[in-house]
Design a protein around this ligand. Structure first.
Ligand code: ADP
Ligand code: MG
Length: 367
């Protein structure tokens, strides 16, 4: 069953000429963790705030746990939506202990008769235990590390046991090690209690790493929503391909059965099998997408490509490569094979790794 259902949600702020969220539609299943991925300003936070009830859309429907919470004629306030929210900046009360921070919302619920009074302490302690902060109940936020503070924020959101947790860039203020650890923990905790979650991130790797599905947003619009594997292997648009995989794009012109580019000729066997289904039209110009890890390099003194830069990344090198038309391509290659800045090389592409996107014949660099 769907925990959350958004239909054609549109939100335009006053004095703004374009909608921050534009006809967003999505359904979140019970227990599912969805990553909302997109560049800064694309509407991720606004979409979360709409779900939580902090913003009112101009149009669209929101159902939460089978109940309509937003439509032309219905409006349920944030307090009544049973959604837990975790913000980027923790937003803890500095003058309250860990226990009191976590119990804060529960006490309010008890006053309104939504839960029994004895439940407050029980639920707060359970949530603190769940996030691994047992023993820290009497500490104050300033006595905790950033990662621990974010755990408190998570415990506070989880304590009333809402069916849905919203997390807005929850790990972005943390050190990389804490971030890697905590994001895995969040995933495990949500699994353990069977809650669904939406977490916002602008980090492609993070989105792919921990979510069941990824929704890629651009200018208020959801461009693609799919499993991490499908997003990576079958991007629905050039934007998704570029943003998620940081792939190279190179202009191509149809020649015979294949495609001619400034780095070589590619016959149909070079194109991804996913693409062959979709791209049997008569276009003469296209852009070829080449992922960084699929751009193989071979030493060639007469080659037209030149190594411009090399970065050592541990298990691989990242090269930037200059083409004859002064286009920069990026390649990741194993450390067995090392090229130096200034080396002449040619591209070696494995079969089935390229994708085609519509392109214009006027692109510079086209042969
Ligand atoms: P993201 O979280 O993806 O970075 P936001 O949802 O914060 O993006 O913002 C989306 C767009 O809406 C941006 O252009 C932003 O400037 C605008 N915006 C966000 N909040 C407000 C607001 N309260 N008033 C006016 N414009 C806003
Ligand atoms: Mg944001």
């Amino acid at each position: 069953p769907a925990v959350l259902c958004l239909q054609q949600i549109t939100k335009q702020f006053e004095r703004s000429s374009v909608p921050a969220v534009n006809e967003a539609t999505l359904a979140l299943q019970q227990g599912e963790l969805l990553a909302l991925l997109g560049p800064s300003g694309c509407g991720k936070t606004t979409l979360l705030r709409l779900v939580a009830g902090f913003e009112k859309p101009q149009a669209g429907l929101i159902d939460l746990a089978g109940k309509q919470v937003c439509s032309d004629c219905r409006w349920v306030t944030p307090e009544q939506r049973s959604v837990g929210v975790v913000f980027q900046d923790y937003a803890l009360f500095p003058h309250l202990s860990v226990l009191d921070n976590v119990a804060f919302g529960l006490k309010q619920q008890a006053r309104q008769g939504e839960i029994a009074k004895p439940q407050v302490q029980k639920l707060a302690h359970e949530a603190i235990q769940l996030v691994g902060l047992k023993g820290f109940e009497q500490r104050y936020p300033h006595e905790l590390s950033g990662g621990q503070q974010q755990r408190v924020a998570l415990a506070r959101a989880l304590a009333p046991r809402p069916p849905l947790i919203l997390l807005d860039e929850p790990f972005s203020n943390l050190d990389v090690q804490v971030r890697l650890y905590l994001r895995q923990e969040v995933r495990n905790i949500l699994r353990q209690i069977g809650a669904s979650g939406i977490f916002v991130t602008h980090d492609q790797e993070e989105a792919l790493a921990i979510s069941d599905r990824v929704a890629v947003m651009r200018q208020g619009h959801i461009e693609q929503i799919d499993t991490p594997e499908t997003i990576y292997q079958q991007p629905a648009s050039r934007f998704v391909a570029e943003f998620v995989t940081q792939a190279n794009f190179i202009p191509a012109r149809r020649q015979g059965a294949g495609w001619q580019t400034e780095i070589g000729y590619f016959d149909p066997s070079a194109i991804s099998r996913w693409q062959k289904v979709a791209a049997n039209d008569r276009a003469v110009a296209a852009e070829l997408m080449i992922r960084q890890e699929d751009l193989g390099l071979e030493s060639d003194p007469t080659g037209e490509l030149v190594v411009r830069d090399r970065q050592f990344l541990g298990r691989e090198y990242k090269y930037s490569i200059l083409t004859p038309s002064a286009r920069l391509l990026y390649a990741r290659a194993s450390t067995h094979q090392r090229f130096s800045v200034g080396d002449r090389i040619r591209a070696a592409i494995s079969p089935g790794t390229l994708r085609l996107f519509p392109g214009s014949a006027a692109d510079p660099g086209l042969l």
